[in-house]
Design a protein around this ligand. Structure first.
Ligand SMILES: [Cu+2]
Length: 354
């Protein structure tokens, strides 16, 4: 009995002190309260940005944002309503209700009101899904998730494909469909600023589409735990005007640039000597591997290693010399045994593959 009594006693005491704190809060000056509110505002202010559902930059993200706003405001109003009712029946008018009034409250507030409200929300929200879930007749991009990077293929009107990786380029003002697949385990594609997310499941194709509204660079992230380096499986979504996009796609379809500087020429030799081409393709060269990302235009991307590094020569050298440290359990060997000169030359070659 004794411990139970103590627990009850202590719980009661802590509730009392909680109540006292709440009372103090009411008596606090505005300045003292601000000390508590300001840090919270800093946290919320971090929600703006290129990987945020609260800063929509596409039609689909905007619809989701509106839906979330409706739900949030609705929940707040409901909370105030129930709170008000509670205060009314306990403080303002604590008398017993007549049986008819009580029944009306239960049937009206417990059955009719929720059915109408939830039914209305369902009718409002169901059509929001259809546009996103289909891959439309326009441009289609095939995205295949690998551990831990993204294989990206742009389907041209004649059915042929232009291969890239770890970056998604989308024309603004057009709905582009994504055909999603996964090679090994379940991944999920999510670009919070542009729209909803979809699972990428081995053996089962899924679809998602985006209608970007602003030119910019947004961050996408794998949103399904897929292994040790799941958090390091990101990418950049680059939205462009339709003209800039067409020009970019033309350039992507071309073979790799031929290295011209002495460092890059030496780098290309190191690339061939070390057998990188067994896993990587550089179109226009003997390298035709398919295990890793296509490197034909890797220097022209905005990030390296699925969104974890930049694309300067230093970043390339860093990636090659510390692959496993940067991305635990990665499917690429670490080339820390190369001489510094070879490493820098290789980095210069890759950086020049615009
Ligand atoms: Cu993943």
């Amino acid at each position: 009995m004794y411990p139970i009594f103590t627990i009850v006693h202590r719980t009661r005491r802590s509730f009392l002190s909680l109540g006292r704190t709440a009372l103090h809060w009411c008596k606090w000056t505005f300045r003292r309260r601000a000390w508590f509110i300001l840090p919270a505002l800093f946290l919320v202010s971090a929600c703006e940005g290129r990987q945020s559902v609260l800063d929509p930059s596409g039609a689909d993200a905007r619809r989701l944002y509106d839906l979330a706003l409706v739900l949030f405001v609705g929940a707040a109003v409901l909370w105030l309503l129930v709170g008000g009712l509670f205060v009314y029946v306990t403080r303002i008018n604590p008398r017993a209700m007549s049986r008819r009034a009580a029944e009306a409250l239960i049937i009206g507030g417990g059955v009719i009101f929720p059915v109408v409200l939830l039914g209305g929300l369902l009718i409002y929200s169901l059509p929001l899904m259809s546009a996103q879930r289909s891959a439309p007749d326009g441009m289609r991009i095939h995205v295949t998730a690998e551990q831990w990077w993204w294989r990206v293929e742009y389907e041209l009107p004649d059915g042929s494909r232009v291969t890239s990786a770890n970056e998604l380029r989308l024309p603004v003002g057009q709905r582009t469909g994504l055909v999603l697949n996964a090679q090994n385990v379940i991944h999920a594609l999510w670009i919070p600023a542009l729209g909803g997310k979809a699972d990428m499941i081995p053996g089962r194709e899924t679809y998602l589409s985006f209608l970007p509204e602003k030119v910019g660079i947004f961050r996408g992230q794998c949103a399904e735990f897929c292994g040790a380096s799941h958090a390091l499986m990101a990418f950049e979504a680059v939205t462009m005007t339709p003209d800039a996009f067409a020009e970019w796609l033309d350039a992507q379809a071309k073979d790799a640039l031929v290295p011209e500087t002495p460092a890059a020429i030496r780098g290309a030799e190191v690339f061939a000597r070390e057998g990188c081409g067994a896993c990587h393709t550089v179109r226009g060269t003997p390298a035709t591997g398919l295990v890793g990302p296509d490197l034909t235009h890797v220097g022209g991307r905005v990030s390296l290693g699925a969104g974890i590094l930049g694309v300067t020569i230093d970043d390339f050298a860093n990636w090659l010399g510390h692959t496993d440290a940067l991305k635990p359990e990665v499917d690429m060997p670490t080339y820390d045994f190369l001489s510094q000169d070879d490493l820098i030359a290789l980095a210069a070659y890759l950086e020049g593959l615009k």
